[in-house]
Design a protein around this ligand. Structure first.
Ligand SMILES: [Zn+2]
Length: 197
């Protein structure tokens, strides 16, 4: 089938080429959009991906960043509702002497896959790794709908008070991982045993 001659196809390709030339001509006739000096392209506004910052969202192991570090992809690419809720919680926690830090936020697909690969290597077991790290297609970090909070005192505080902001611990074996799972002042669902549970 694929080797059969098709004279009509040749004519169609010519038409397609002509259309392409016309489209290119039309494009050059349009004035270029005004440049925005002073703003790196990655920080400029984009209609399709608002607030998207460059990078894969990685934060070094045992490291943390501020909730206000909006230049970091881990923060900038979070679901705005989640970020607002955690910031409100952090303000009230700070008033009680507890600082909420972010140990992980949004992650790119590639970064999530890397974390899974590292966990599989570390535990030498896909099953054990999957209890702690979702594949990219299942991870709420990749969609910007999950955040990991540290240090331990901060995670403790958020487990106790998170529901006031709609924030819930998702997995019993991850005291640091929170998602918006209820309405502010509502009741959190019982945490799942682990990411695979
Ligand atoms: Zn997490």
């Amino acid at each position: 089938m694929a080797t059969r001659q098709n004279p009509g196809g040749t004519r169609l390709r010519s038409v397609a080429a002509l259309v392409a030339v016309l489209a290119a001509t039309a494009c050059t006739a349009q004035p270029d959009p005004a440049p925005r000096p002073g703003l790196p392209p990655t920080l400029g506004p984009s209609q399709n991906t608002p607030n998207r910052a460059a990078g894969d969202g990685s934060i070094p192991e045992n490291g943390s960043i501020s909730l206000n570090d909006t230049g970091h992809a881990a923060i900038a690419n979070l679901d705005p509702a989640l970020l607002t809720a955690v910031r409100t919680a952090a303000t009230n926690a700070a008033a009680r002497g507890v600082e909420l830090r972010v140990t992980s936020g949004w992650r790119s697909t590639q970064y999530q896959q890397r974390l899974l690969d590292e966990a599989i290597a570390r535990y030498r077991s896909v099953e054990e790794a999957r209890k702690l790290v979702h594949p990219p297609e299942k991870s709420k970090h990749v969609t910007g709908q999950a955040i990991d909070i540290g240090p331990t005192a901060a995670a403790d505080w958020l487990i106790q008070h998170g529901a006031d902001y709609g924030l819930c611990q998702t997995y019993a074996n991850e005291m640091w991982h929170f998602e918006l799972l209820t309405t502010p002042g509502g009741q959190c669902p019982q945490p799942l045993s682990d990411a695979n549970g």
